[in-house]
Design a protein around this ligand. Structure first.
Ligand code: COA
Ligand code: MG
Length: 283
């Protein structure tokens, strides 16, 4: 699966937001059935999501279901496993067993829906202390796994931390767990809708830590997140010079007073690929 940077939450019971969501330019949409939807609106949300799935999609559609072992999860799967569903976001994942449980239920639903078994991907929301400790095993739990996401508000609740904290340890641990299974690491949502500067600065930090994407809650956050993931002109310039100067026959060289060897060159190539992703002209 291609790395998707912007993951926009869309409440499943808000039909007008679902209608709008496709044209907004987010890389992926997460239609919500869990905590963003009030209990009385769950059935409406399931029906609206089911209707949205087969429509021509400009962005892949994911659905946040109820957690593993929640009685509502079966109702979620019955309603939404259908062509057009790219994957599920499973919340409050505490152990690899939660993923294995979902994967088995999904295989059954895929069979009933005449979809190839294994097609629907899973992303795990890590938002508890237990989930963080188990994150490497969660990431490796199934070939369906496409990413780990960090849920800061539930994590703060579970750990008695301030929800405004940086959670540097937890976020770094999540990045490493995701990288160890070669899947995406997607950072927390930025809840202050008016704080574009804070959104940009914190997304640049996400990128520096190794996150490959970010959760969003409002359309106006999309461009700021894409911009923050784009390498700066200085980074692109340096990366180009590193790649141009390196010669496989010479081993280590020096660029701008810094030693450059193979991993540095590979990282520079990654920087250029990241830049080219949203830029048609090559740098
Ligand atoms: N997806 C799609 N469209 C959205 C949207 C979203 N997440 N958030 C806002 N919009 C739309 C609105 O419907 C509105 O459309 P309109 O101009 O056609 O009426 C437009 O964008 C501007 O919205 P705005 O008035 O600024 O926001 P709001 O007050 O309607 O909604 C929130 C604010 C926070 C309630 C809303 O953004 C939201 O529900 N976000 C997702 C929250 C969520 O899923 N939380 C759980 C996971 S953390
Ligand atoms: Mg949560």
């Amino acid at each position: 699966m291609q790395r998707l940077q912007s993951w926009l939450f869309v409440p499943g019971h808000r039909q007008s937001m679902i209608d709008k969501a496709h044209g907004l330019g987010a890389d992926a949409l997460i239609l919500d059935l869990e905590d963003g939807v009030p209990p009385a609106a769950k059935e409406t949300a399931r029906a609206q999501i089911a209707k949205a799935l087969p429509k021509a999609a400009t962005a892949p559609l994911f659905v946040r279901t109820h957690p593993a072992h929640d009685a509502e999860l079966t109702n979620d799967l019955d309603a939404i496993v259908a062509p057009g569903l790219a994957g599920l976001v499973l919340p409050k994942v505490n152990a690899a067993e939660d993923i294995i449980h979902l994967s088995a239920a999904l295989a059954e639903s895929e069979g009933q829906a005449k979809l190839p078994v294994g097609q629907i991907r899973i992303l795990a929301l890590v938002e508890t202390a237990r989930g963080l400790i188990q994150a490497p095993a969660i990431a490796a739990a199934s070939p369906r796994m496409a990413g780990l996401l960090f849920g800061a508000e539930d994590f703060a609740l579970d750990t008695h931390a301030d929800a405004g904290d940086d959670f540097l340890y937890a976020r770094s641990a999540l990045v490493i767990a995701a990288a160890s299974s070669r899947i995406q690491a997607i950072d927390r949502a930025h809840l202050n809708l008016h704080d574009t500067h804070g959104l940009s600065a914190s997304t640049r930090q996400s990128r520096r830590l190794g996150f490959t994407g970010r959760l969003l809650i409002h359309p106006k956050q999309i461009n700021a997140v894409h911009d923050a993931f784009r390498p700066s002109p200085e980074e692109v310039d340096y990366a180009q010079r590193v790649v141009a100067a390196f010669n496989e026959d010479t081993g280590s060289i020096v660029v701008d007073g810094h030693m450059v060897d193979l991993p540095v060159v590979e990282r520079a190539r990654q920087t250029l690929a990241l830049y080219n992703r949203r830029n048609t002209e090559t740098p």
